[in-house]
Design a protein around this ligand. Structure first.
Ligand SMILES: [Fe+2]
Length: 242
């Protein structure tokens, strides 16, 4: 499997989620979970910022999936996919992955390969296509201007459309070397302005309803380690039931 076409042919543009499938949720499910959590651990070792981000995104995606009516089990499967959505970044060189300045065009193209790299790794481990698709398509945009495939609207798996909104909300509300975190209200406005362009309008509506219904919706960032004489405070987001 050497190019993007071979992956997108394997995972055609249609909904293929665990929802309603006859997926055997016993040994195979345990095996998938074990593989995905192992990859989540490898992300933690490689890049703690991406790992913390992924945990918060998993929690947001799980809450959102439940809010739009997914079963507890399906929402948990989405959280597992979310934990490894940036797995491909573990193969991006540090000078690009950790760069504090704006990326050059060439560097941006390299960075934009991460959904494809992550999907290839998961295909190699024979995990269920639901996880592969969710990772592969989490940077697609509702208007077709996303990557890697330029899927449009409902061609994008619903799992990936949910994940995209959860992902972007966390990026907006997080501190990065190149930006300050946005407030909940400012992030809300940004999601609203991208509704119908970057994001599925139905998913944005649901997310904003969820956001508005909870005063303390935004998860805390990982705090910097405090010197060893003082107890380290660490607020981790925890997806439920993983
Ligand atoms: Fe990503």
């Amino acid at each position: 499997m050497n190019n993007i076409d071979s992956i997108t042919n394997l995972y055609p543009r249609k909904e293929r989620s665990l929802l309603g499938s006859r997926y055997n949720r016993s040994d195979r499910e345990r095996e998938n979970k074990h593989i995905l959590l192992s990859f989540a651990n490898s992300i933690q070792e490689r890049d703690i910022v991406t790992y913390d981000h992924s945990r918060r995104v998993a929690t947001y995606a799980q809450r959102l999936a439940r809010f739009v009516g997914w079963s507890r089990r399906d929402a948990r499967d989405l959280a597992l996919a979310a934990l490894v959505h940036d797995l491909g970044k573990t193969w991006i060189a540090n000078d690009i992955l950790l760069k504090a300045d704006t990326l050059s065009d060439e560097e941006r193209k390299t960075m934009e390969r991460h959904p494809l790299i992550g999907a290839r790794i998961l295909i190699g481990c024979d995990v269920h296509p639901f996880y592969v698709e969710t990772v592969l398509y989490h940077h697609e945009a509702w208007d077709g201007r996303g990557y890697p495939s330029g899927l449009k609207g409902e061609e994008i798996p619903l799992s990936a459309r949910i994940l995209t909104v959860a992902d972007v909300y966390d990026v907006l509300t997080s501190q990065r070397p190149y930006k300050a975190p946005l407030s909940k209200d400012a992030a809300r406005e940004r999601l609203l302005s991208g509704s119908g362009a970057s994001f599925d309008p139905m998913i944005v509506r649901a997310f904003l309803s969820l956001l508005d219904s909870q005063a303390h919706f935004t998860l805390p960032q990982r705090l910097c380690a405090i010197p060893s004489t003082t107890k380290t405070t660490y607020h981790a987001a925890s997806p439920v039931g993983l």
